[in-house]
Design a protein around this ligand. Structure first.
Ligand SMILES: N[C@@H](CCC(=O)N[C@@H](CS)C(=O)NCC(=O)O)C(=O)O
Length: 233
């Protein structure tokens, strides 16, 4: 009997990536909820370098970093592949996953926290990156083609987290008009049952994000921004 345990947090987009991959493959696992403001000794033991979730424990061996965990899961359990077999297609999927991870997440996150002129600058910068994703989706339902693949799972921050926070704070970075293909992708992605059951409720995300590991000042800032957007609506 295999041991599969996931140290995670339900509001973490990184932890949800792993849950999605395990569910897509039908792997049974135990979810160990981490209190990110008071991390468990086991989490610190398994991930002494970054001290972050997610950590996948497979038969006693820890696997770290969500994208690497996704690849590990795909290589370990072959049903419902999330990476293509073809070496070129695989390299391209990794390329776009890296692009989403390293460029898009940072650029989109900046727009949530910035205001005024800085917001306009950050929005334009994020828009340039989203254009590239919009183009990549041409002729495809998902980044993975007809089925959800690595890039789709890595981009879950865009489909759910970013769109929910953007709506809550009243931003217009990613809209149906500006990025119709990307918007449609996000809707299709969110409509998949495996995805729906792996994501936290939107109101909980908006109320409790960012999770407590982030600085108090960020939490306070986010709340005040929410409050001011609510009064100006
Ligand atoms: N690059 C990591 C990022 C993981 C990450 O940032 N996890 C956050 C939760 S969303 C965390 O555990 N933070 C705890 C901390 O920063 O102390 C991955 O992809 O797994």
């Amino acid at each position: 009997m295999e041991e599969v345990k996931l140290f995670g947090h339900p509001l973490s987009p990184f932890s949800c990536r792993v849950e999605i991959a395990l569910k897509l493959k039908g792997i049974q696992y135990d979810f160990l909820l981490e209190d990110l403001s008071n991390k468990s000794p086991l989490l610190l033991q398994y991930n002494p370098v970054y001290k972050k979730v997610p950590v996948l424990l497979h038969n006693g061996k820890p696997i770290l970093e969500s994208v690497l965990i996704l690849e590990y899961i795909d290589e370990t359990w072959k049903t419902n592949p999330i990476l293509p077999d073809d070496p070129y297609e695989k390299a391209m999927a990794r390329f776009w996953a890296k692009f989403v991870e390293e460029k898009c997440l940072a650029a989109l996150s900046k727009t949530i926290w910035s205001t005024g002129e800085q917001y306009e600058k950050d929005k334009a910068e994020a828009g340039e990156l989203l254009k590239l994703l919009e183009n990549e989706l041409k002729g495809k339902k998902f980044f993975g083609g007809d089925r959800i693949g690595l890039v789709d799972i890595v981009a879950n921050f865009i489909a759910f987290w970013f769109r929910a926070l953007q709506e809550a704070v009243g931003l217009d970075v990613l809209t149906k008009d500006n990025f119709p293909k990307l918007w449609e992708w996000a809707e299709d992605y969110m409509n998949c049952s495996v995805i729906k059951e792996s994501l936290p409720p939107k109101d909980k995300l908006v109320a409790d994000f960012p999770p407590p590991y982030m600085g108090e000042h960020l939490v306070a800032y986010f709340k005040s921004r929410l409050a001011s957007s609510a009064t100006t609506k």
